[in-house]
Write a protein that binds this ligand. Structure first.
Ligand code: UGA
Length: 434
């Protein structure tokens, strides 16, 4: 059944949702208050970097299923279902700031005329959907059903994740409203979890918090591997083959960043406190992550003692590959520590460099390739495992650096290779090679 849909917010989640739902045949109007963004989108350009998204925007716009507007009346008036997918940034004391969600709900209440189901996709604390239902009633004068439908997309692989996700979660108190949302997703042929609203809201936070816990856990095991002489790659493999544990999110590294895990782990801790409960595991997860982001710096400091005046290269700035997002990126912690030590820093990232330039300006030097970044440097830090960074051979490091010292936060190389190629190589959770 093809439906007329509207999406409030063309940020990461809203845009990917709108574009993919138009791609499976629905007619989608994406609304945003940001004129500039809507103009860019109308021209068929994506304001965010996401593999495959721009092509899909163009195709569905040309075929007449996808449109963009800054006018709430155009977006909401005839829509049968309206998704709220605006941001919920970290507010006071770590709790989610709901002002954009509330604003979207008020606009929907004023303009929607087709008795739409209002679907909350934004990540919101347990109980928020019910508050939104009240706001909708207050401003429209009649009852509109609200359905919780959290999203599980990852930046950099959002399109693939949409079409081959593990599940779609639909939390509804009204069965017909839940059915309508289920019908929208039917073409994706993915497993559906039907539940109540509060459980759906909790599934989102619990999932992100659990994945973050897995990462902090494996990062602590990596520290123990370094101390005891075990190898984290083999340890994670051996653990992950147990289906009860699972192999994913067991890559030890330099801590999780991005706009979701840090914010959502804080928000869940805050939610717990609001209910007079201290979420003990999560406070450790956050603490471990905070320390882990400094891990590469401590390794360099341990080896060189004095980093003042050292020429260093930082390879990769985004919080993970295939995105230009630097929110909570471990690269920023490393840059900060190295600047305090007086190191001379050159950075490289395929697409995130402009975002870092906005923060650090001429305090850093910017290279346009891996080779340019590492040339004549004393230390190369591998921070984000972009393909061109992973594909750089030890021979290239040897040719371009004086005496290569590679400190790899993403375990891009094997220890055998490092030994064979005679480079100094320090990685995570494995013996150093000197
Ligand atoms: C995360 C979740 O994976 C998505 O399911 C969720 O929808 C999204 O948050 C959200 O709430 O919007 P995302 O932040 O885009 O997605 O990125 P991830 O691929 O999950 O990576 C997060 C961080 O964990 C990165 O810094 C990454 O380097 C790190 N990570 C991930 C590791 O250090 N080790 C791993 O094994 C996996």
């Amino acid at each position: 059944m093809k439906m007329k849909l509207a999406i409030a917010g063309t940020g990461y989640v809203g845009l990917v949702t709108g574009v993919t739902l138009s791609d499976v045949g629905h007619t989608v109007t994406c609304f945003d208050v940001d004129e500039q963004k809507i103009q860019i989108l109308k021209q068929g350009t994506s304001p965010i970097f996401e593999p495959g998204l721009e092509e899909m925007i163009r195709k569905n716009t040309e075929e007449g299923r996808l449109s963009f507007t800054t006018k709430p009346k155009i977006a909401y008036e005839e829509a049968e279902c309206i998704f709220i997918a605006v941001g919920t940034p970290e507010g006071q004391n770590g709790s989610a700031n709901l002002q954009y969600v509330e604003r979207a709900a008020i606009a929907i209440a004023k303009h929607a005329k087709n008795n739409p189901v209002v679907v909350i996709k934004s990540t919101v604390p347990v109980g928020t959907n019910e508050k939104i239902e009240k706001i909708l009633y207050e401003y429209s004068g009649h009852h509109l059903n609200v359905v919780s439908n959290p999203e599980f997309l990852r930046e950099g692989s959002a399109i693939v994740d949409t079409f081959s996700g593990d599940r779609i979660v639909i939390g509804a108190s009204d069965k017909a409203a839940g059915d309508r949302v289920e019908a929208i997703y039917k073409p994706l042929k993915l497993p559906i979890v039907r539940t109540d609203i509060r459980s759906a809201e909790m599934i989102k936070y619990a999932s992100n918090a659990f994945l973050a816990t897995k990462i902090s856990f494996i990062n602590e095991i990596a520290i123990l591997c370094e101390k005891t002489g075990a190898n984290i790659i083999d340890v994670a493999k051996g653990m992950g083959m147990d289906k009860r544990i699972g192999e994913q999110f067991l890559r030890a590294g330099i801590g999780f960043g991005g706009s979701c895990f840090p914010k959502d782990t804080n928000a869940l801790q805050k939610l717990a406190l609001d209910y007079d409960y201290q979420f003990k595991i999560l406070s450790s997860v956050t603490e471990v992550n905070h320390e882990q982001k400094k891990h590469l710096f401590h390794k360099a400091k341990q080896y060189f003692q004095d980093l003042n005046g050292k020429k260093v290269a930082i390879l990769g700035l985004s919080f993970k590959p295939n995105t230009d997002d630097i929110r909570e990126a471990p690269s920023l912690d490393l840059i900060q520590e190295l600047l305090l030590e007086g190191a001379e820093i050159t950075v490289y990232d395929p697409i995130a460099m402009e975002n870092v330039k906005k923060i650090y300006g001429d305090r850093l030097q910017y290279a346009s390739s891996v080779s340019e970044c590492i040339e004549d440097k004393e230390i190369a830090f591998i921070v984000t495992e972009w393909k061109d960074i992973r594909d750089t051979s030890f021979a290239t490091y040897r040719k371009l650096m004086r005496e290569p010292m590679i400190i790899d936060g993403r375990n891009c190389y094997s220890l055998e290779e490092a030994a064979k190629e005679h480079v100094n190589y320090i990685s995570i959770g494995r013996k150093p090679v000197f």
